[in-house]
Design a binder for this molecule. Structure first.
Ligand code: 5RP
Length: 237
């Protein structure tokens, strides 16, 4: 794992979380290749990125969106939308996360878009994750792990999670873009994220879970009060 610190001051001290999100979103523009089709995640950090992307929209062919909300924002700014099924390659996906560790592993899905986000990340040559330093986590479990579940399997999956010593909480009044429900699992202390991610994937009725450990981000851009910190996952080449 290569870690670089760029102590390039942001131009202001004591920034709010929103200001940190905005700065890292802007820094991601440097990673956008010319004429590419890019993947775009979901959430408030990514919304800032989309706004910056609009300023260079003529440089790219367009974007594949990870959610209906992202698609609407991209469209409103005149950025062409592509369906993943019609695209031969996605060069890079830019997304954020709810938690990250030093190995570029993530917890995602606070906004409920985890399934399409995981598909896009897997279908892209490079997965660039943009976060602020408040999301750093040594051992996952502090942020509840979202699990997208087929509605008829809700109780069964919840019982299976209890067997794994998690505390599943049904996310009220929320249906994913795929028509499913979310269970947020609290009180897990996750020592082996890859193992748990695979175990969850094997429960019938689970569509996807918010652990992005088996395939971590290739690069993490972290917005800190001191400046931009970059972690590159060497294993991803
Ligand atoms: C959505 C996500 C988001 O990336 C995650 O929730 C972070 O959101 P924000 O940028 O608003 O803090 O995984 O499913």
């Amino acid at each position: 794992m290569d870690i670089y610190f760029i102590f390039e001051k942001w131009g202001k001290e004591h920034m709010t979380q929103d200001e940190l999100k905005k700065n890292v979103a802007k820094a991601a523009l440097e990673y956008i290749p010319e004429n590419a089709i890019i993947g775009v995640g979901t959430g408030s950090t990514v919304n800032y990125f989309i706004d910056f992307l609009a300023t260079i929209k003529y440089k790219i062919q367009g974007a594949v969106a990870s959610s209906k909300a992202t698609e609407a924002r991209l469209k409103s700014l005149g950025i062409p939308i592509f369906d993943l099924n019609t695209v031969s390659e996605v060069e890079i996906t830019i997304d954020s996360a709810d938690a990250y560790n030093p190995y570029c592993q993530l917890v995602k899905g606070g906004g409920g878009a985890l399934t399409r986000e995981k598909i896009l990340a897997a279908a892209s040559h490079t997965f660039l994750c943009i976060v602020d330093e408040s999301k750093e986590t040594k051992i996952f479990g502090t942020f509840p792990i979202p699990i997208e579940v087929i509605p008829m399997a809700r109780s069964f999956v919840a019982r299976e999670i209890v067997k794994l010593e998690g505390n599943p909480v049904y996310r009220p009044n929320f249906i994913t873009d795929n028509g499913n429900i979310i269970l947020d699992v609290h009180h897990w202390v996750i020592a082996e994220p890859i193992k748990l991610e695979r175990t969850l994937n094997n429960i019938p009725g689970v569509v996807c879970n918010g652990l992005f450990a088996d395939k971590p981000a290739d690069t993490l851009l972290i917005s800190t009060q001191q400046g931009l910190k970059i972690i590159k996952n060497k294993l991803s080449g």
